[in-house]
Design a protein around this ligand. Structure first.
Ligand SMILES: [Zn+2]
Length: 266
């Protein structure tokens, strides 16, 4: 056998797939050929590296089906031209070696392909999760900016009235500001320090005109008791009214049922 023959057997040797006779002649050749020894080290590194990359994974059914499909297509292709492959005459040894070498080479390529697919699939999944997170974050920022802009518009427009609401004994840490346009009734309520509402409960604004409470917006607060909500002051309450906040069911009430937690001075 020539040096070239041994070169082609090195991958099999690295995978411990040589039979006894081949192994003996290979070892004899390796003792005299530095190039083959170096190449064998390379093949062994490759085989070892493959074992490390092949971590457990969970490919999607679509990816698995695609792989299986391509393998089936590959094997049906391989069967048809089988009699066309050996055009040039080869030595008996190389003829017997070739199918095994080809099978192992195909297996190596197949494993590399699967590892590559799995890595791509994982990267794709991570990217999609990150994209969803970023677009949710972006939407939140956009909404906050829209709110701030509306608030700024209202606060800076001439004639806007600002009512301060103070916490009662039932919510001593709470305070709020109601900014409203006395012409259109457009209003924004900002609260701070309200106690967290229990599940199924929320807060509601009331406009008290001549002792009669008119229902306003129902709103939820964040963990710090803060809320910023758009409101519409009813026409009856535009000239003179007391503004108050109570805790009600999350769907709101027609008349206040809970104690007043925030109340304007006037
Ligand atoms: Zn050699």
């Amino acid at each position: 056998m020539t040096h070239q023959d041994y070169q082609e057997m090195l991958a099999l040797h690295a995978l411990a797939a040589l039979d006894q006779a081949d192994l003996r002649v290979m070892q004899e050749h390796l003792a005299t050929c530095a190039e083959c020894r170096a190449d064998l080290d390379g093949w062994r590194d490759t085989a070892g590296a493959l074992a490390y990359v092949a971590e457990p994974f969970e490919p999607s059914p679509q990816v698995r089906d695609r792989i299986l499909e391509s393998v089936r297509a590959e094997s049906s292709h391989a069967r048809v031209p089988a009699n066309v492959i050996h055009l040039k005459p080869t030595s008996p040894r190389r003829l017997s070696l070739f199918p095994r070498f080809a099978a192992i080479a195909a297996l190596l390529i197949f494993v590399t392909l699967i590892v590559g697919l799995v890595i791509l699939w994982q990267q794709n999944r991570t990217a999609r999760t990150e994209l969803a997170r970023l677009s949710a974050q972006n939407e939140e920022v956009r909404r906050a900016r829209e709110r701030d802009q509306k608030l700024l518009e209202l606060l800076s427009s001439p004639g806007t009235r600002i009512a301060q609401l103070a916490g009662t004994k039932d919510a001593p840490a709470a305070h709020a500001i109601l900014a409203y346009d006395p012409k259109s009734g457009r209003a924004i309520l900002m609260t701070d320090g309200l106690p967290p509402a229990p599940a199924g409960k929320a807060y509601q604004l009331w406009f008290i005109v001549g002792g009669l409470p008119l229902p306003g917006v129902v709103f939820a607060t964040d963990a710090g008791g803060k809320a910023l909500s758009a409101n519409q002051v009813p026409a009856e309450a535009l000239q003179t009214a007391v503004f108050a906040v109570t805790q009600e069911t999350a769907s709101g009430a027609r008349t206040p049922t809970g104690p007043i937690l925030l109340r304007s001075m006037s």
